[in-house]
Design a protein around this ligand. Structure first.
Ligand code: SDX
Length: 430
């Protein structure tokens, strides 16, 4: 808390209220409005919470104007280039980079939780073959409360840590099983000899008929993408996890709610929507037509993978994935015309006043799908890939909230309905 205050004067009551200014270690200061209603009788109105902080957090910092993203103070560019997904998972959960022995122990803990109860596989087999994998993921993760709920006390830090490790470890196993269900392939169990990204590729693509060779380029690219998706402060799905967690619900229910929120095309579902959009555009000659549609208020079409609530500059993750697209496709000896199309679409959009004035830049979802596609991951699995990475941020933020005193989340509203009126018996209604 600073000593600074802001003063509000209500012309109606002529009352004046001094509200404290709360400053974090970085970022814009906030006004603590908790006394606004009891002392001045007002609520605040902030649809979409564009100007409202719902918590204090030490985990991730974003400066939208400068395109800055840091996990526990470390710039995302350095982590993507030099760290690993397991290392940043430790960082996000515990606040510091691990020593070699801490990382080894942590990696072992996660590895030994990658299997799921065999009944989970029979649960997945109950879904229609073409069920969207996000439907399977949200359903199965919520069901895990039935397997691991026994005496789970969310107020016990050891119980919280075990649940966090289970969720991080099992998310790829369930996601890969959802894909294999669609393919009609038998389950592929995790291999303890493989690292996190290698294990996912094995669980996704290995078939009993032959040995599966892990492509190190694919594993490295996947590990980097998981780092980029791990956390992003109070985005819609993380805020959902916090809101559900604020009721004391178990972590499996919280993360299942986060998966549901992430699925929307305005959020994590955008990576799938970008690929569909690029296929729909098809050729650079049609880019103008789609840019026109994106600008037309009467057309619900939006340029998927563009724009962001916080970034009013390049999303640093988009800059990293754009560069990685070229490297990964070149390393894999692939050439994807969709990358050229995406680059041209980005160039044309960023020269158009509509996008420039609204500070609409490519976000994390604009290029990530092109890399997933190059790794052989089907479009419907793109959002589950986002969920695998973001599970770390969800559980880190849930642990942070659960470890300190907090109130149940309960926003207010502006009521615009009828005033009081008396009940009318049905035979008297016209
Ligand atoms: C993610 O919050 C996070 O951190 C999310 C995320 C994370 O890591 O968790 O970063 C991941 O969700 C990235 C965003 C993925 N979604 C998309 O790519 C879908 C397309 N983008 C838009 O739907 C939109 O930009 C949002 C949802 C991302 C942001 O919406 P806002 O902040 O509510 O912005 P807005 O809708 O108020 O838009 C402001 C203006 C509007 O025009 P005007 O009314 O001012 O004339 O910009 C326009 C919008 O119509 N606009 C777009 C646009 N995005 C915004 N116009 C065309 N195409 C777009 N993509």
């Amino acid at each position: 808390m600073t000593n600074r205050t802001v003063t509000l004067t209500d012309p109606q009551s002529e009352k004046t209220l001094e509200l404290p200014v709360v400053a974090g270690s970085e970022g814009d200061p906030t006004i603590d409005i908790t006394r606004l209603n009891p002392e001045l009788g007002y609520f605040t109105y902030d649809p979409g919470y564009g100007t409202t902080a719902n918590c204090k957090s030490d985990i991730t910092f974003i400066d939208g104007a400068s395109g800055i993203l840091r996990y526990r103070g470390y710039p995302i560019e350095q982590l993507a280039e030099r760290s690993s997904f397991m290392e940043i998972t430790f960082l996000l959960l515990y606040g510091e980079l691990p020593t070699a022995s801490q990382l080894r122990d942590f990696q072992r803990d996660i590895t030994y939780h990658t299997m799921v109860h065999e009944k989970v596989n029979s649960f997945i087999s109950g879904f229609h073959y073409d069920a969207h994998p996000m439907a399977i993921l949200s359903g199965v993760i919520a069901s895990m409360a039935g397997f691991y709920q026994q005496n789970l006390d969310v107020n016990n830090p050891e119980h919280r840590e075990l649940a966090a490790k289970r969720l991080i470890a099992k998310m790829p196993t369930v996601a890969a099983a959802a894909y294999r269900h669609y393919m009609g392939w038998p389950s592929a169990y995790p291999r303890n000899s493989l690292n996190y990204a290698e294990n996912f590729l094995h669980m996704m693509f290995s078939v009993p008929a032959e040995a599966y060779e892990i492509n190190p380029i694919a594993a490295k690219a996947l590990d980097m993408l998981l780092i980029l998706h791990a956390d992003h402060e109070q985005n819609a799905s993380t805020s959902t996890v916090r809101l559900v967690g604020s009721t004391g619900a178990n972590p499996y229910a919280c993360v299942a709610a986060g998966i549901a929120a992430l699925w929307g095309p305005a959020h994590g579902g955008a990576n799938e929507a970008v690929l569909r959009m690029l296929h729909q555009i098809g050729d650079v000659s049609r880019v103008g037509e789609f840019i026109k549609r994106a600008k037309d208020k009467n057309d619900p079409f939006r340029l998927m993978g563009f724009g962001h609530r916080v970034y009013k500059n390049f999303d640093p993750r988009a800059t990293i994935t754009r560069k990685a697209c070229h490297e990964v496709l070149a390393d894999l000896g692939q050439n994807d015309p969709l990358l050229d199309l995406a680059m041209k679409l980005e160039k044309i959009a960023l020269e158009d006043d509509y996008f420039v004035q609204r500070k609409l830049y490519p976000n994390v979802d604009f290029y990530s799908g092109i890399i997933y596609k190059a790794l052989g991951i089907p479009t419907t699995m793109f959002t589950p890939m986002f969920a695998i990475g973001r599970t770390v941020g969800w559980v880190a933020q849930w642990m942070e909230q659960s470890a300190s005193p907090h109130r149940i989340g309960r926003p207010r509203q502006i009521y615009t309905g009828h005033g009081e009126r008396d009940y009318i018996e049905i035979d008297k209604r016209d």
